[in-house]
Design a protein around this ligand. Sequence first.
Ligand SMILES: [Zn+2]
Length: 255
Amino acid sequence: MIDILAIAAHRDDVEQTCGGTLLNAAERGQKTAILDLTRGEMGTRGTAEDRAREAAEAAKLLKVSWRGALDIPDTRVENSYENRLKIARVIRMLRPRVIILPYWEARHPDHAKASPLGYEACFVAGLSKLDLSPVAPDSLSITVSANDQRPTTNDPFRPFKILYASLYAEVRPTFVVDITEQFETRLKSLLAYKSQYAQQQTGGELFVPEQEIRTRLETMARFYGLLAGVEFAEPFVQKEVGLVKDLTAIPVQSI
Ligand SMILES: [Zn+2]
């Protein structure tokens, strides 16, 4: 059983938007997982195999218990029934309490489409009359799997909570997660994608150098941290209203 599953279009998306939050959760004893929808075969730099190796390395840094990539074609993430079933199979297998999806508006069409696709997959996974075959081995490339994460059941299951990682969206977050302690490791997890981010020639005009990535990530994390009075944070949107038991325990100072 997994506590938090982050779903994203590409290997390295989670590292950019909610990697610190996953590491934070793992460090407090929760089990986390990442499902990448594509394998990166259309990337300008490196191959899908390079990216699988790098994704495993990044997952290790983020202390993730399970990481897999579906076989949805890179740059062609569609909200199709077939793709919903592929994700639903993984949701039934991992049975996460919380799912993190990309925010539904984004520059990259794969990111934007992954959001409703993931939401609808959560819905489909819970349909009691939908008899899904187990995950076909070829359709899922598993790069990290802790010993206790073997698939146990294919029974209907719906996650309790769906959150949206909104780092790159121009939207006010519902809440932020303090990742001050996790920031450096999260940065390392992104730089683990050496085929993408190491200083090199191929596609040089398309890619920013390492120092620029550090500055960019730090600026974003600092901005969201400032909103809540901590050093570094990652932002999230939830569609439901917040529920409070004790007014005196609400964090973030007003004045
Ligand atoms: Zn991406």
